[in-house]
Ligand binder design. Sequence first.
Ligand SMILES: [Mg+2]
Ligand SMILES: [Zn+2]
Length: 212
Amino acid sequence: MKIVFFIDFDGTITKKDTCVAMTEAFARGNWQELEYKWQKGELSTAECARETFKLFDVTEEELRKFLIENIAIDEHFISFIEFCRQKGHDIYILSDGYDFNIETVLGKYGIKGIPYFANKLLIEGRTFDIKCIHSSSACSRCGTCKAELIEKLKPENSLAVYVGDSYSDICASKKADIIFAKGVLLSHCRKNGIPAIAYNDFSDIINWANSQ
Ligand SMILES: [Mg+2]
Ligand SMILES: [Zn+2]
């Protein structure tokens, strides 16, 4: 059966969540409360981002430099891409984070040609905004709702494999056939009786796919 991988970006491909890292570095004020409200579902991704961006003090160039200097990816992710290309497995990145962060970090590693779906980060001078072009009318929380994207992108008679780590992966966990999870997503799946495979890094995913 054809395997299609849907992969979260922040904290899954990257070791640190780039949205959290840039907020820690550049927000002045009590962003923690906003983050906590988002985690509890009291603020949507767009609402949380807009409130958090009011606290931001940084330019596009400074953010790019910060991401390049501070964000590393899973050591086995590049091998995973090569493996998928050899075997003909499709990969999509689904992110409730930002296009700018994805482009910058993948660019740093010379990774090209992986389609991604994410929120747009709009920067003008020191003013930041979010544009959610993949939100879903069925979901009031996500900026980029992964449930609808998986339904749209998954070919018939294929196995949709999702890899993720956190809150923004919860919608995806309702639609994927196989879930690889760590962190908050793993606890969520365990608590709610959703079958999930615990993993540490992308070498575990390669090993699994090799045995299919
Ligand atoms: Mg994540
Ligand atoms: Zn959603």
